[in-house]
Design a protein around this ligand. Structure first.
Ligand code: HEM
Length: 166
């Protein structure tokens, strides 16, 4: 008998399957999802490891952007401090805000999703084509970030983006 949505409840009787598992299945699964060794760490695609990479990248940028906050705080510690030139302060402000939001906050939340979602769904991994999707995402996470950090130098690029001035 089917429900009003067309779901046949007799399907439940088929699970968990009682037939013997295919030969070598357990070994193949263990091989696919075992803890990486050596160089395997670089190319790990299981969401548990990729999620930790994401989190690591986010924390790296938290520290980098935090160091900019430290400079701003030093400037703001005393009135008319003169520790940072005004333009430099504006650049640090822009870089700190941009990095915190886009290279820390967003990747950190993504990292939690990558780590937790498969566990919550009872899935073995994220439903990504692993060889393409996750690696591209992981690699693309920190490289443009460091590039952005490298743009921080005296001059117009970051100052031009400042919308709030000291
Ligand atoms: C997840 C996002 C962010 C985090 C975790 C964060 C974290 C921090 C921390 C820890 C400080 C040092 C505070 C202190 O020493 O008193 C700081 C300072 C500062 N942040 Fe952020 N920040 C974030 C986003 C932003 C954004 C979006 C902006 C502006 C566009 C911004 C502007 C500032 C400024 C101007 C300071 C220096 C002011 C001060 O130290 O009192 N921050 N931030």
């Amino acid at each position: 008998m089917t429900s009003e949505t067309g779901f046949d409840r007799r399907l439940y009787d088929r699970f968990p399957t009682r037939e013997p598992r295919p030969a070598g299945e357990l070994e193949a699964l263990k091989d696919a999802w075992c803890r990486p060794r050596g160089w395997q760490w670089v190319w790990a695609i299981n969401n548990n490891f990729v999620g930790v990479y994401y989190l690591g990248a986010a924390m790296l940028f938290f520290v980098l952007a935090g160091s900019l906050a430290l400079l701003m705080r030093t400037q703001l510690a005393l009135p008319l401090n003169g520790f940072l030139p005004q333009e430099t302060y504006n650049q640090l402000f822009t870089m700190h805000g941009t990095m915190m939001m886009f290279l820390f906050a967003v990747p950190a939340v993504e990292a939690l999703g990558v780590l937790l979602l498969p566990q919550m769904l009872g899935a073995r991994d994220l439903p990504f084509p692993p060889a393409v999707g996750l690696r591209v995402l992981v690699l693309s996470d920190w490289r443009p970030g460091l590039l952005l950090f490298a743009v921080l130098r005296p001059g117009p690029p970051t100052a031009a983006g400042s919308c709030i001035r000291r």
